[in-house]
Design a protein around this ligand. Structure first.
Ligand code: EPZ
Length: 443
């Protein structure tokens, strides 16, 4: 299993480029199921979750070509694209062996029923950060006329043709909004979805679907209206930059007391985080629509966060912010409202010297704490990022194990950090076959 070795103490200085958004790429790749034509996506990040999605689509009979620029990791040009052709879907089944490693595979449920009239998708099961049910995905598909049965750990959904419906989500859910949006675009008649997720990744998906011929209004707002069409055609589409990678890199610049420009991002998607960094005393400068600069705070002060659906403070930035809070003067309250178990990074940070107490869904962080290098272990994608950030300021050489969790959502992260001054090395080979690796949890 790969490890990172990080020697702390270097301020990060320079410019680092953001890759495409994993959480846009996954629904957009699933959207290719909706047409027999070829769909070409650009700016797809070269990360493990994308490879998992490729394996899933291929297992169903799709042809998927992932092309990434050899070597370079800056945001690549046109050669960085993924082409997907779902001309024939010989086997509309999402098998447990794949689903258990990545929960987002449930995103194929809606498009498979819409395209093939049948879908068999393994129940995703829980993961490190929570139960992660898909009950609301199922409820929405039933409202659209699908017959759903559950047995032997699989969901089977059938419908000759889905019909438009009025569906209000009991709670705001991201891939649930995306799943039902993809089901609605080929349904008979109009679908009205209310209490939708407003994450930018939903709007990214809707832009691709519109390019494929779908008729959608309101994506990115709480209410989405879809007029079903009889078929969709292929398209070429470039997905958004990854706002969570951008936020992670901004915190890397702040926590190391550096002077870092994060480029190829979408600064309009970072509002809640930039506001919080400013409140903590970090000097933040939006250089334009695609670049943000952070410089060390004269004095890094405590500031509370409470995770909310977009445009609130993102749950996917909670662990990374907590690492920064360990260095802030005072007491920071970190409240996690979206997932029931998203504090797996706390014990590992505490082993490095952080002073954090958990009570229910709130972590109390007292700082500044001087962190010392330790052998620590990743438990999930964003917890991994938190440990890397802590190691960048810890005294000594930290060994971080099970970095395959981080490889799920961060493209070439060690090269990017090294490029702006971090002392980070990977032990092991990123893309070596992983027979022995027991993937412990999906996300
Ligand atoms: C998406 O997951 C993201 N993943 C997650 O990013 C992100 O943390 C999450 O949204 C919240 O922003 C992708 O987009 C691939 P939810 P998703 O459904 O859609 C409950 C990362 O780090 N719920 O919005 O699975 C659920 O248990 C990953 O990149 C139901 O109760 O999240 C959770 O508590 C991690 N019933 C809450 O809603 C349902 O049917 C929000 O989950 C569905 C969800």
């Amino acid at each position: 299993m790969d490890k990172f070795v990080i020697r702390g103490g270097n301020p990060l200085v320079g410019t680092v480029s953001v890759s495409g958004a994993k959480n846009s790429a996954l629904p957009c790749m699933a959207a290719a199921i909706l047409t027999e034509d070829e769909v070409t996506l650009e700016n797809i990040p070269h990360v493990r979750d994308i490879e998992t999605e490729r394996r899933l689509l291929t297992s169903m009979g799709a042809e998927v070509e992932l092309r990434h620029p050899a070597g370079s990791f800056s945001s690549a040009g046109p050669e960085d694209r993924t082409t997907i052709s779902c001309r024939t879907l010989s086997d509309p089944v999402a098998r447990y062996e794949i689903v258990k490693t990545m929960r987002a595979t449930s995103l194929v449920l809606g498009p498979l029923v819409a395209r093939a009239g049948v879908a068999r998708v393994a129940m995703p099961g829980g993961c490190a950060i929570g139960a992660r049910p898909i009950d609301l995905h199922i409820k929405g598909l039933e409202k659209m006329g699908a017959t759903i049965t559950q047995e032997h750990g699989y969901i089977e959904a059938r419908a000759d043709r889905l019909r438009g419906a009025h569906f209000v989500f009991d709670r705001i859910i991201v891939t649930g909004t995306e799943d039902l949006l993809m089901a609605a675009v080929l349904a008979e008649g109009e679908t009205l979805l209310e209490n939708c997720a407003r994450e930018p990744e939903v709007a990214d998906l809707a832009s691709l679907l519109t390019a494929m011929g779908a008729q959608i209004e309101g994506a990115g707002t709480a209410t989405i209206r879809v007029e079903g069409v009889s078929s969709l055609h292929g398209a070429r589409y470039r997905i958004n930059p990854d706002r969570i990678e951008a936020g992670t890199l901004l915190i890397a610049g702040a926590i190391t007391g550096g002077d870092l420009i994060v480029s190829n991002c979408n600064s309009a998607h970072l509002g809640a985080l930039l506001e919080k960094l400013r409140e903590a005393g970090v000097r933040v400068e939006v250089l334009g629509p695609a670049a943000v600069r952070v410089r060390a705070a004269q004095r890094l002060g405590a500031a509370d966060i409470s995770t909310e659906e977009y445009p609130g403070f993102p749950t996917d930035m909670q662990a990374q912010y907590m690492a920064l809070a360990t260095q802030a003067e005072g007491v920071s309250l970190v409240r996690e409202n979206i997932f029931e178990n998203r504090f797996m990074h706390v014990q590992e940070l505490a082993r490095m010297g952080a002073n954090i107490k958990i009570e229910g869904n709130t972590a109390t962080v007292r700082g500044p704490a001087s962190l010392s290098a330790a052998a620590v272990m990743c438990s999930d994608l964003r917890a991994s990022a938190s440990l890397v950030l802590a190691a960048l300021v810890a005294d000594g050489e930290t060994i971080i194990d099970r970095v395959y969790h981080m490889d799920r959502g961060y493209e070439h992260i060690e090269e990017k950090l090294r490029g702006v001054g971090a002392q980070i090395q990977r032990l092991g080979n990123l893309f070596a076959p992983r027979e022995a690796e027991a993937v412990t949890s999906a996300e």
